[in-house]
Design a protein around this ligand. Structure first.
Ligand SMILES: *[C@@H]1O[C@H](CO)[C@@H](O)[C@H](O)[C@H]1NC(C)=O
Ligand SMILES: *[C@@H]1O[C@H](CO)[C@@H](O)[C@H](O)[C@H]1NC(C)=O
Length: 192
């Protein structure tokens, strides 16, 4: 019985040590991010700001997720290498603290962005960001209002021209009548 209890204590100690070690490993990586939810417009730039701290050089990996789509954006180790996926090419800017800048946003860029930080010891931690991308309606509206204004001007001009033509026509008709009146009178008189 005593023997068993001693073993129990030892087991508990080992278990606690492992738990504490895992907590230490998980706690060794910290990802600080001031803002997790961002909204931008098409063609804008976005900056996913994080500050990664861990022991050794971290491996930073960014992944894009939307619905069933999961796409690698890039992986880098500050001061060692930077590997940005071809699809993202020069739209992505990598920072030593783990932050990522994405420029010239498109509607398809809306979704979930996950940064995974892996320590040299192998443990990792991740944090997600939500990005909303709005369509730019302003330029369309401006274009529409300018077109409407132009159309209204053309319509107004046409109406003015028609009114002037109508007036001129009436004047010509009246003038012709007045000019013809004495002649007809004269011929009619001659006939009589
Ligand atoms: C990470 O670094 C960038 C560029 O140096 C800086 O603008 C940004 O604020 C940093 N992020 C955090 C959360 O400290
Ligand atoms: C860069 O990433 C791609 C895919 O994400 C991989 O195939 C390639 O081997 C990587 N290149 C380097 C130098 O790590």
């Amino acid at each position: 019985m005593w023997h068993f209890r001693l073993w129990d204590v030892q087991d508990v100690t080992v278990f606690l040590s492992i738990t504490l070690y895992m907590c230490y490993l998980a706690g060794a990586i910290s990802i600080h991010s001031p803002q997790r939810s961002l909204t931008r417009s098409v063609q804008d730039d976005v900056f996913f700001s994080v500050d990664v701290t861990c022991s050794g050089v971290p491996t930073i990996q960014w992944t894009f997720m939307s619905g069933a789509v999961s796409r690698a954006i890039g992986t880098w180790q500050p001061g060692v290498y930077t590997n940005i996926t071809v699809d993202y090419g020069n739209r992505v800017q990598s920072f030593d603290n783990g932050s990522m800048g994405l420029s010239d946003l498109r509607l398809q860029d809306a979704g979930f962005y996950v940064v995974t930080v892996t320590e040299s010891a192998g443990s990792s931690k991740d944090t997600g960001f939500v990005l909303k991308v709005n369509e730019v309606l302003y330029e369309d509206l401006q274009y529409l209002s300018i077109s409407a204004l132009a159309l209204a001007c053309v319509a107004g001009l046409l109406m003015l021209v028609m009114w002037l033509l109508d007036k001129a026509y009436r004047k010509i008709v009246a003038w012709r009548r007045r000019k013809q009146m004495p002649e007809t009178d004269a011929t009619e008189l001659q006939r009589l």
